[in-house]
Design a protein around this ligand. Structure first.
Ligand code: XMP
Length: 534
């Protein structure tokens, strides 16, 4: 196993992710663990190496350092950015406070004499120097290497951008190998953990399940847990994992707000109750939600109502479970499918001890209000790892790889006032669109158009337009199809769906959904448009 000590950088979990990608087990712990803790952690003889992360702070602002035991274990140590600086200081070198910050792309001259950088280069200069394209983010820099260290990498701005004492297995780089902008970063980290530390690449997601299950059992003991199941990827995977760990000690609360997609509620119940045999309370609150939404057409007002009602309904169900009700002892934990990007988004990653709560549906603050302890078993994982975990837990591929669906659901896909009649029409039209996207395969890539798009859905426009059908004139509603491709949802391009696919979807919707006589395709990019219409 590899120990990653976190000095508070935004990207520490990326180091963990790269190590997991090399199929090596790792754990991230705060840098201020004690030396005794480190010795205890290594006592099973399994610890093969330590990585010291970067920090958002300067060595001159904070006095975080690695526990001394790290340098007494006789295992390789890799320092990254701040980790390099603290390594230099702790082992007798010097660090100077920077006047300017070096941030972004840099080209580093790599000295190929070390095991870490040997034969790794992105290009070679005319003088024959191997160069690496890397990502830097630092103010301070090492100005004097500790005794025993040799120069491993340099840039003009940072003459000591990498150093190593290979006799002790100590390596340090000023740049960030964990981010994808450092082209050889993955190769470099793999080389460290596999070759230099000598770990075996035998860790797989299945092992993660065992570890996570163990951890959940230790955490909750024989107490009961409540989880808000939405049918989305994160809460589904969290539910499946926790259920695997504690079975009937988990009760899921699934709030059906009446703004879900066609048959979605039934599919969630089939999966979790039918196949996994989990306890799920389905709260059919459609009338309540629609009642409160009547007469409201402002998008933000609609969002607020849906969010507020969701919390109310969930709290009422949770209260029953807490004051025993279904259980004899009463629930003590609230589980959430918070994943690592949510933690970063809410600023939690900056502070090692901060507890952050997923703000989806504005449920922030719920655990305190309900007096429950928080259980977040996916907190360290990235989205694609959560998906991989879901598949390993036996969840269907289609569920785990589905497009994101907004918390307010169809509430923001029916423009203006939400009515049941509109929701019913939209659900059927949308189901046709998604079905055709899933079944139309692009022959270049061999993938379905569903997989080739990041998000696709139908929007209901509450306007009527004229059409003809048979001998008669129709005067019916319009829907817009929306399909986008994006990697971060901050910017997005409309997808160039094949005309034949659009044609089929359009004709099916108009023929099969009485009440809609016109289908349009949204060809707006984000920005300036947004992905959703509201
Ligand atoms: P926009 O429309 O802002 O959407 O380009 C970006 C992404 O965010 C999703 N989205 C929401 N998700 N509650 C959510 O949980 C919301 O109120 C909400 N609004 C937009 C949207 O589906 C897209 O993936």
């Amino acid at each position: 196993k590899i120990l990653i000590l976190d000095f508070g950088s935004q990207v520490t979990q990326l180091i963990a992710r790269r190590v997991r990608e090399a199929h090596v087990y790792c754990e991230v712990h705060p840098c201020d663990v004690s030396s005794e803790w480190v010795r205890e952690f290594a006592a099973d003889g399994q610890l093969k190496g330590v990585i010291l992360s970067g920090s958002h702070a300067s060595v001159y602002e904070v006095d975080d350092k690695a526990p001394d035991a790290v340098f007494e274990l006789g295992v390789p140590v890799l320092g990254i950015c701040y980790g390099m600086q603290t390594m230099a200081q702790q082992l007798g070198g010097k660090v100077e406070a920077g006047k300017t910050r070096e941030f972004g792309y840099a080209e580093v001259r790599a000295r190929g004499h070390t095991a870490l950088l040997k034969d790794i280069a992105d290009f070679t200069t005319p003088e024959g120097h191997g160069m690496l394209k890397v990502w830097m983010s630092h103010g301070d820099k090492v100005t004097e290497m500790p005794p025993g260290f040799k120069l491993m990498a340099s840039t003009d701005a940072c003459p000591i951008a990498g150093m190593a004492d290979e006799s002790r297995g100590y390596y340090a780089v000023q740049f960030h190998p964990e981010v994808t902008h450092t082209v050889q970063g993955r190769a470099l980290l793999e080389r460290f953990v596999l070759e230099i530390c000598g770990t075996r690449p035998d860790w797989i997601m299945r092992d993660h399940i065992e570890e996570a299950v163990q951890k959940i059992r230790e955490q909750v003991g024989d107490e009961e847990v409540i989880l808000g199941l939405s049918g989305g990827v994160d809460s589904s995977v969290a539910a499946a994992l926790i259920h695997r760990a504690i079975g009937d000690q988990l009760t899921c609360v699934f709030v059906d707000h009446g703004l879900l997609r066609l048959h979605e509620g039934d599919m969630v119940m089939d999966m979790f109750v039918g196949k996994l045999h989990a306890k799920v309370i389905r709260v059919d609150a459609a009338d309540q939600f629609l009642g409160h939404l009547a007469g409201v057409s402002d998008p933000e007002a609609k969002r607020k109502i849906i969010g507020r009602e969701f919390v109310e309904v969930f709290k009422a169900e949770a209260a029953k479970l807490i004051s025993s009700g279904a259980s004899t002892k009463g629930a003590k934990w609230l589980a959430q499918g918070t994943i690592y990007p949510d933690v970063i988004e809410s600023g939690g990653a900056k502070s090692k001890k901060a507890v952050t709560i997923k703000s989806h549906h504005n449920v922030g603050g719920l655990p305190e209000q309900l007096g429950l302890k928080l259980l977040e078993p996916l907190r360290d994982l990235f989205k694609d790892e959560v998906r991989e975990l879901g598949v390993a837990l036996g969840l269907p591929h289609d569920m785990v790889y589905r497009h994101p669906f907004p918390g307010p659901g169809l509430g923001v896909r029916i423009l203006g006032e939400v009515k049941k009649e509109y929701a019913d029409l939209l659900r059927r039209a949308d189901a046709i669109f998604i079905e055709e996207l899933r079944s139309t395969i692009d022959h270049h890539s061999g993938k379905s158009w569903y997989d080739l798009t990041s998000q696709a859905f139908t929007v209901f426009l509450p306007v009527k337009s004229v059409g003809v059908m048979g001998d008669g004139r129709t005067y019916d509603y319009v829907v817009a199809l929306r399909a986008v491709q994006t990697s971060d949802f901050m910017t997005a391009d409309w997808a160039e769906l094949p005309y034949a696919l659009l044609k089929k979807v359009s004709s099916r919707i108009i023929n099969e959904v009485r009440g809609i006589n016109r289908v349009t395709y949204d060809v707006s990019s984000k920005p300036p448009a947004t992905i959703e219409w509201e």
